[in-house]
Design a protein. Structure first.
Length: 293
């Protein structure tokens, strides 16, 4: 009887394991297929295009001409041999960094205010933060053109920064609000009982606990700003060319697809490096949060 029961148990485990395996594939299969089809495959196409020769009338040289004529490292040699592209990358990083810092400075008080508001008002305040998403992106940017034009601030670096901050500010407010809402008020009360004033309580308790939210919001702001081309083109004019504008020009205007692909790969590497730094910072922030709590 004991042997029969053990055999039945093993049979049931195999049946459950098989059912669980099929269920797991059914659940995870479509998302994995979607990512492969719309993210990995396009990325591989861009990588392959960066090692191709540009066609006589734009695009790429057909592979029918032979691999020896179709493949080339000329795009990378041209990219690494001209300091103009390094300068554009540096300017794009500075604009993204400035936008991120301004968003942190503007979003932190707002997120703190929402997190400390009565619960019945929080939903309304969060709705007001995300309300601009209800209108079209270009409509909002053209509204800034109408505001900055009469003040003679249009087509300036100031206009570009203002537009970037306006577009990406909600992406900083929401992670900070989510983080600040979870803070335990007892920690601040304990710090106050120990003699800490409001400024000390903020820097020694609130700010360290909010670092994961800052890192998350910084990644959500810095990475899209780095590749943004619509705002610099509409508010900055031709004098403010960032890496996103340069990539767009190579693909659509110059039709130099290999160079545009090489620039896209360089931007992707930079984004991945920043994402890795943000993830490492978030992990350190979590360790600091555990130490404070």
């Amino acid at each position: 009887m004991r042997g029969c029961s053990s055999v039945d148990e093993r049979r049931e485990e195999r049946e459950v394991g098989g059912a669980g395996g099929w269920t797991r594939w059914i659940v995870t299969g479509p998302p994995v297929a979607f990512l492969l089809a719309f993210f990995l495959v396009p990325a591989l196409i861009v990588v392959a295009a960066s090692f191709r020769e540009p066609g006589e009338f734009g695009g790429l040289v057909p592979l029918a001409a032979g691999f020896a004529n179709a493949l080339s490292l000329e795009a990378y040699r041209f990219l690494l041999g001209d300091l103009v592209y390094a300068e554009i990358f540096a300017i794009s990083f500075l604009v993204a960094l400035a936008t991120t810092v301004i968003c942190i400075a503007a979003a932190y008080p707002l997120a703190w205010l929402i997190a400390r508001s009565p619960r019945r008002r929080r939903d309304l305040l969060v709705l007001l933060v995300i309300l601009p998403f209800a209108s079209n992106f270009l409509v909002r940017i053209y509204a800034w053109i109408m505001l900055l034009g009469p003040a003679n601030l249009l087509y300036t670096p100031f206009a570009v920064i203002v537009g970037m901050v306006y577009v990406h500010l909600p992406f900083m407010v929401l992670p900070l609000y989510t983080n600040l809402e979870k803070h335990d008020p007892a920690l601040l009360e304990a710090a106050q009982d120990l003699g800490a004033n409001a400024w000390t309580r903020f820097w020694r308790v609130t700010f360290p606990l909010s670092l994961p939210g800052i890192y998350s919001g910084s990644a959500l702001v810095f990475i899209p700003v780095l590749g943004m081309f619509a705002v610099p083109e509409l508010l900055g004019g031709t004098g403010d060319i960032l890496i996103g504008n340069l990539i767009k020009e190579q693909f659509l205007d110059n039709r130099d697809w290999p160079l545009g692909s090489a620039l896209s790969i360089g931007l992707t590497i930079a984004v991945l490096a920043f994402a890795a730094l943000a993830a490492a910072g978030a992990r350190r922030g979590l360790k600091g949060t555990e130490a404070v709590s």
